[in-house]
Design a protein around this ligand. Structure first.
Ligand SMILES: [Zn+2]
Length: 242
């Protein structure tokens, strides 16, 4: 029985590591999906601000072009005014210049507003774009780190799986079944060391009679509280497995 206890201790050590690694493996796809959230949010903000910028820039160009057209009309009217030979020509040119002046004046406030919005949006797009680049670089580095870790964990798991298969071969069949049954229900831990009369998995004291029996190392018993298989942790013949 001592030999079987030794096998179980080794098996449990492998299973404990395997359990942790498998848990980690399961979280990796979720962590990968979460990584992009910040980057995606900034990407959307950038697209929205860029669309606004484009719209305002187009409005500004349009208004500037129409103001320029009015100014040109005004310049032509001014040269007609210079060359006016009749009162009628003089009046017509003056009226046109005034009308053009009013029109330019009327556009000034809107043009100023558009210029301010245009410049503010340019600053906003630049700032979001910089944040987006920083987030992308960070996400990319984390993504690489995670996939490196995923590979590493995959290798460790497959190495430990083979080790486990070898160990499982030497454990008695009924004992192994019992061990696996408990392990699947107890977060990967089916075997519990007992020290000074206490089960170190659930920290409950075991009955003194059971502790005496355990110290003989000739059978495997279950903890009455957590149902895990027990062994005496301080046994001399097991000292090398600590
Ligand atoms: Zn227990």
């Amino acid at each position: 029985m001592l030999e079987q206890i030794r096998f179980l201790i080794k098996l449990q050590a492998v299973d404990k590591t395997l359990f942790g690694l498998t848990q980690e493996q399961e979280t990796i796809p979720l962590r990968l999906a979460e990584l992009s959230l910040d980057e995606d949010r900034l990407g959307q903000a950038l697209a929205a601000a860029s669309a606004d910028l484009e719209q305002v820039a187009a409005q500004r160009r349009e208004l500037e072009a129409s103001v320029e057209a009015v100014r040109q009309r005004m310049r032509k009217a001014e040269s007609r005014l210079m060359g006016a030979k009749t009162q009628r020509e003089y009046k017509a040119a003056t009226a046109e210049i005034e009308e053009a002046r009013d029109s330019v004046k009327g556009s000034e406030d809107l043009l100023l507003e558009l210029m301010e919005r245009h410049e503010a949006l340019q600053r906003q797009v630049k700032s979001i774009s910089e944040q987006h680049a920083v987030a992308s670089a960070k996400v990319e580095a984390q993504r690489q780190e995670l996939s490196r870790r995923a590979q590493e964990v995959g290798k460790l798991v497959s190495a430990l799986d083979s080790e486990r298969q070898e160990l499982a071969k030497v454990v008695e069949e009924t004992l192994l079944k019992e061990y696996d049954f408990i392990r699947k229900r107890k977060q990967g831990v089916a075997l519990a060391p007992v020290s000074n009369g206490t089960c170190l998995a659930c920290h409950m004291d075991i009955p003194p009679q059971q502790f005496n029996e355990l110290q003989r190392l000739d059978k495997i018993m279950a903890c009455q509280s957590c149902k895990r298989l027990l062994y005496w942790a301080d046994a001399e013949p097991l000292a090398d497995l600590k």
